[in-house]
Write a new protein. Structure first.
Length: 115
C-alpha cells in the first residue's frame, strides 16, 4: 500500500532543474527530514567533486548522463553510465567528474544517525 508521503522524483527534478544545471548539489530531502541515517545529495550539470571521503560506505548512482569516478591510489578511472551505480568503501578518497547534462546521486549512511 502506498502511503501518504509519496515523493515524485521527476517533479522534484523539474522544480530544481535550473539549480542542478549549474552543477550544484542539493539535498533531496532537506536537512529537516526525520531520518538522519541517510543523506541523499543530487548533483547535476557539469562539475567535479574532488577528494571526497566518508567514514562509511558511499553509494553513487548515475540517473542521467555519465560520471567519471577516480579513487585515490588507483591508476584508472571508472565511468558510471546512465543508470549505473558504484560503492565507495569507507574512508576512501575519491573524485567524481560529471558531464554537462548529468544527474547523479551521492548517498551516504551513518548507522548512528538516528541515535
Amino acid at each position: 500500500m502506498i502511503g501518504e508521503n509519496v515523493f515524485d522524483l521527476n517533479q522534484w527534478l523539474g522544480e530544481n532543474k535550473e539549480v542542478l544545471s549549474k552543477g550544484e548539489a542539493l539535498s533531496l530531502f532537506g536537512d529537516t527530514h526525520h531520518d538522519k541515517e541517510f543523506k541523499v545529495l543530487v548533483v547535476g550539470g557539469k562539475n567535479k567533486q574532488e577528494k571526497q571521503s566518508w567514514k562509511y560506505d558511499t553509494w553513487l548512482f548515475q540517473l542521467k548522463g555519465t560520471a567519471t569516478v577516480t579513487i585515490a591510489g588507483k591508476d584508472e578511472s571508472q565511468v558510471l553510465n546512465e543508470k549505473f551505480c558504484g560503492i565507495i568503501p569507507p574512508n576512501t578518497e575519491y573524485s567524481v567528474a560529471r558531464d554537462q547534462n548529468s544527474i547523479g546521486f551521492v548517498i551516504t549512511s551513518d548507522p548512528l544517525g538516528n541515535k
